[in-house]
Design a protein around this ligand. Structure first.
Ligand SMILES: NC(=O)c1ccc[n+]([C@@H]2O[C@H](COP(=O)([O-])OP(=O)(O)OC[C@H]3O[C@@H](n4cnc5c(N)ncnc54)[C@H](OP(=O)(O)O)[C@@H]3O)[C@@H](O)[C@H]2O)c1
Length: 360
């Protein structure tokens, strides 16, 4: 039996760091058109998407059933990345479930869920690894795969499981923004000698496009991606190789890491999460679990399958740094070394641009 055609994809999170390359890749050859949910159709990011062509904007929030229903209406595909740093973990879980259910009711034929590893489960429920933004997505990822056992003919589904964007290592207002100290670019991170399964945003587009283009195979799949297992001392060395300027990684205790971020650490890990709700983790507790995931190299990836799906994928952090250096020069942003200087650093995350605030 041939699969139903997918031509129009409803996107949640399209103006975000992850959504932008996904949309670029979906509309590049006009095979797909997209409808992008945004709270602000006048933002620079929303306008940049319109300029790609085959893009329409749908104003509203994912935290509203009527908006979700009207967004899915008339589309046959969906890519859904619910922003848990807006809602907090508890509401993210609710809206992620409702988004799947309403997509199914609305006649969506293929649903791609922007997922993260269920780190608590993968650690045997060790509280050391508890990060609300990982568990909040990972639980729903498992739930979707389970629903899909029954629903797969009506609405296929796949998980797109990512990890920390490597792009955050050279951007402003992220959890791994560097500083230049006496001419040395320095990452002070609580990662020990562990490995981070960092992801290149550039490649996210290719992978999501593959999921939509190859539904016979991708229906029910959990596509877990990363560049490689990145050790931060190697990342700093690669930065030196690529730029010719000194760089270092300083393994930092969690205590010292949070001393530098006291106010941020006390904020709810979701700018619209209810602060005095006992289920709301603060940023410090949430990202302590996150850093432990990498410090103790909890998670794994199968790079063979990624090589098969995307043979020209970015395979090392050094390769990413080289590409990024070249691209920055071509785009008139300057070399990586120029871009990393404090006054030149720019946010990659929309939440950074929006200063961790906005409507639910
Ligand atoms: N940072 C990382 O390394 C990383 C890696 C993998 C996954 N994630 C996850 O990705 C999610 C965030 O996406 P991102 O990384 O692309 O961050 P981002 O650049 O900050 O983008 C946030 C996106 O969410 C949208 N959004 C926020 N609240 C919304 C609402 N109420 N209704 C509709 N859209 C809303 C924003 O759209 P508008 O502002 O246009 O409305 C924007 O498109 C989080 O759940 C995070 O855990 C992050």
């Amino acid at each position: 039996m041939s699969l139903p055609k997918i031509s129009k994809i409803f996107i949640i999170g399209g103006t975000g760091a992850q959504g932008l390359p996904v949309i670029k890749s979906l509309v590049a050859d006009k095979k797909y058109s997209v409808r992008v949910l945004t709270r602000d159709p006048n933002s620079a990011r929303a306008k940049s998407l319109l300029a790609l062509g085959n893009v329409e904007l749908h104003e509203g929030t994912f935290a509203d059933e009527e908006i979700l229903r009207s967004g899915f209406q008339g589309c046959d595909g969906a890519f859904v990345n619910i922003d848990g740093f807006n809602t907090g973990e508890k509401s993210e879980i609710y809206w992620a479930i409702r988004a799947y259910e309403i997509a199914l009711q609305s006649g969506i034929k293929f649903y791609v869920y922007g997922n993260l590893d269920y780190a608590s489960k993968k650690s045997g429920y060790d509280p050391k690894y508890r990060a609300g933004h990982y568990d909040g997505k990972g639980r729903i990822g498992e739930w979707i795969v389970f629903q899909n056992q029954v629903n797969r003919e009506k609405m296929g589904a796949a998980l797109f499981t990512t990890g920390p964007y490597i792009d955050m290592a050279i951007a402003a207002k992220t959890i791994m923004t560097p500083t230049v100290e006496n001419g040395v670019v320095t990452w002070r991170l609580p990662m020990g000698t562990g490995s981070m399964l960092a992801v290149a945003l550039e490649d996210c587009g290719v992978y999501v496009r593959w999921l939509f283009d190859n539904r016979e195979r991708s229906n029910g799949m959990d596509l877990e991606i990363a560049i490689e297992d990145v050790k931060w001392a190697h990342f700093a060395k690669a930065f030196e190789e690529v730029t010719g300027h000194p760089a270092k990684y300083i393994d930092t205790s969690l205590e010292d890491y949070w001393k530098e971020r006291e106010t941020f650490g006390q904020m709810p890990a979701g700018y619209n999460a209810v602060p005095n709700d006992k289920s709301t983790m603060n940023v410090k507790d949430n990202f302590t679990g996150f850093w432990n995931v990498w410090k103790y190299s909890l998670l794994k990836r199968d790079y063979n399958i990624l090589d098969e799906i995307h043979p020209t994928r970015i395979k090392t952090a050094e390769e990413w740094l080289r590409m990024e250096d070249k691209k920055g020069i071509e785009d008139g942003k300057g070399t990586l070394w120029d871009r990393i200087q404090g006054e030149n650093l720019i946010p990659i995350l929309k939440i950074g641009e929006d200063n961790w605030g906005g409507k639910l």
